[in-house]
Structure formats: structure tokens, C-alpha cells
Design a protein around this ligand. Structure first.
Ligand code: ADP
Length: 310
């Protein structure tokens, strides 16, 4: 379990993370979602003791990272900026890490096999592709067989096969009862991987919800209908007991929206009343849209601040 309470990080005047309070539970993949610059990496670095909170705290299995005994056996991490000594082979890199953390040598071979680098473990990381570098980073995270795993944007830059592999691995680690905390700026990616979501914008908590709850709330299904006789259409809908509200979509001015798929009912009603329709369709709001809506203010704010600074 990871517990954040009032976690705050300021860099000079800039508040990167603001009073973040939440719990990341075992046995689930928790997606950590937010636009670029929202404060995800900073939060993860504070959990891992790589950055000092300005206020609040981050606990890993009940303790601050700095007070963990054999930290690699408690929490493993893949951060975006990976540091692999370019002169070392993958095997040697992992062996050094194992030896300085009291992890048995045999574990090195095990994790190399686990991430599919068994055959290339004696090659130097310099000659590694991005995907292989990512696998080596994941092997380092898994070395101590930790109960908690933290992955910062693990699929960035990977090819479809690599993305698929990382997704399956992440799901498997959670199904083994581990705490898995994965950041991404892509809702579509999280929708396929996460059970639970923590969304931040401008360093602040925007949502802490199950993925199923987020989908139910945000991926709403609705019918959109538009007629040149806008009021006549509303009158007909209301008389037929069909509740309609004006569309808030900027691209659908003058249209009405009804919950769920009512296209058949509306089409038949329009024919009966000889109403001309310019549009009638069933829509489903995408999770990406819902995410953009949730975080749009923080993005606009950042763009604005950026413009002022420039
Ligand atoms: P994310 O991982 O969500 O993209 P980050 O945690 O990297 O976001 O950054 C959050 C904010 O904090 C950004 O505005 C970034 O510019 C700022 N920031 C991060 N690290 C530093 C630092 N070392 N010094 C100053 N500002 C920083």
C-alpha cells in the first residue's frame, strides 16, 4: 500500500504537487493520470525518496521510503529517466544492483528471463533498442520481488508488441496481489490497464475512482437530434414523454440530447409529426473526451501561464 497525505512539492514559486491525499491499494492496477506537467513524476519521485516533500508525506507499506530496510525488496520502480551504466551488460548491471541490495545472484537470471532478455543479457545496454532498455528497467524494478511497483509512463515510445507485453505484465503483477501504480497521460491506455484511477491536474487531485465508476459516469450514451424547427421538435419530444436537454457540444449548436439510444423512437416521432430532421444519431462519449473535460482547465491554465512567461 502507498499512502499520500497532504503531499506537496514546491519548486520556488511553482507548486508541482499540491496537498495530494490518496491511498494506492494492493491487488489492483492504479492508473495515475494527468496531462503532461500535472505533477505525476514529481509525486512518484517523492514516494521513492528521490525528492523531498515541501509538506505532507508519502508512506510505502507504512514507512517513508528512506526508512525502509532493503527498499528494493519492498518497492520497485521504472522512472522515465533511466540510468543504466552504458559500459555494463544487462546481466552485470542487474548483478551490481542485486549485490548492493542483498538480493541473491540467481534472481538476476530469473528477472532477465521474466522480461524476455535472457538471450541478450550479456550485451551492453548502449546497443539496446528503446524496448529492450524498457525491459531492462522493468527487470531492475522486479529484481527484489517487491510487493509494490511504480511505473512512470511505461509504454512511452514502445511498439505495439512492447505495449501489449507491458500491459499484460502489469496486470499479472496486480493479480499476484501486488500494489501497482502506473502513470500515463493517455486515458485510452489506462482504460485498457487500470482498475482504479487517480487523476491530477496542476498537481491537484481531480478524481479518485474505480475505472468502472469512471466509465459509468463519463462514457454516457446519448441520442442527438437536430431540426430547423427546434422548438417544434422539443414540443413533440416532450409530448411523447421523451426528456431532452440542449446539447452542450460546441459542434452541435441547436441540437437536443436524450439519454441512451432513442434514435428509433425519435425517428418515428419525427415522421408522425412531419418534422424535418437535419441530424439524428446515437453517440457515446469517449473516455479520452471525459479525461480532457476533467483536466482541460488545468491545461488551459498552464498554456496561459506559459504564454505569459514566454
Ligand atoms: P508530469 O510527470 O505529470 O508530466 P512533472 O512532475 O514532471 O509532471 O512536473 C510537474 C511540474 O513541476 C511541471 O510544471 C514541471 O515543470 C515542474 N518541475 C518538475 N521538476 C522540477 C524541478 N526539478 N525544478 C523546477 N520545476 C520542476
Amino acid at each position: 500500500m502507498i499512502e499520500l497525505s497532504g503531499l506537496t512539492k514546491r519548486y520556488g514559486l511553482k507548486t508541482a504537487v499540491r496537498e495530494l491525499t490518496c491511498v494506492i491499494r494492493p491487488g489492483l492496477v492504479t492508473g495515475f493520470l494527468g496531462p503532461n506537467g500535472a505533477g505525476k513524476s514529481t509525486t512518484m519521485r517523492m514516494i521513492l525518496g528521490l525528492d523531498r516533500p515541501t509538506a505532507g508525506r508519502a508512506l510505502v507499506e507504512g514507512r517513508p521510503y528512506a526508512r525502509l530496510i532493503d527498499p528494493l525488496t519492498v518497492v520497485g520502480a521504472l522512472l522515465e529517466a533511466r540510468s543504466v551504466h552504458p559500459g555494463r551488460t544487462a546481466y552485470h548491471h542487474l548483478l551490481c544492483l542485486a549485490q548492493s541490495n542483498g538480493i541473491p545472484r540467481r534472481r538476476v537470471g530469473e528477472v532477465l528471463d521474466l522480461v524476455g532478455l535472457g538471450a541478450v543479457g550479456t550485451r551492453r545496454p548502449k546497443g539496446f533498442s528503446l524496448g529492450m532498455g524498457q525491459r531492462l528497467g522493468i527487470a531492475s524494478a522486479l529484481l527484489g520481488d517487491p510487493r509494490i511497483l511504480i511505473f512512470d509512463e511505461p509504454v512511452n515510445g514502445l511498439d505495439p508488441e512492447g505495449i501489449h507485453w507491458v500491459r499484460n505484465l502489469i496486470r499479472r503483477l496486480a493479480s499476484e496481489g501486488r500494489t501497482v501504480f502506473v502513470s500515463s497521460h493517455l486515458m485510452s491506455e489506462m482504460a485498457l490497464t487500470a482498475d482504479h484511477l487517480i487523476v491530477i491536474g496542476q498537481g491537484q487531485l481531480l478524481a479518485d475512482t474505480s475505472m468502472a465508476g469512471f466509465i459509468e459516469e463519463n462514457a454516457r450514451s446519448y441520442t442527438r437530434v437536430r431540426s430547423p424547427d427546434r422548438e417544434g421538435l422539443l414540443d413533440a419530444l416532450t409530448h411523447a414523454g421523451l426528456d431532452a436537454v440542449p446539447s452542450r457540444d460546441p459542434g452541435a449548436e441547436g441540437a437536443w440530447e436524450l439519454e441512451g439510444d432513442r434514435t428509433a423512437a425519435v425517428g418515428e416521432l419525427a415522421a408522425d409529426r412531419r418534422l424535418v430532421l437535419h441530424e439524428l444519431g446515437h453517440h457515446r462519449a469517449s473516455l479520452e473526451e471525459a479525461f480532457m473535460r476533467l483536466t482541460s482547465q488545468s491545461v488551459e491554465y498552464q498554456a496561459h501561464v506559459g504564454a505569459e512567461e514566454g
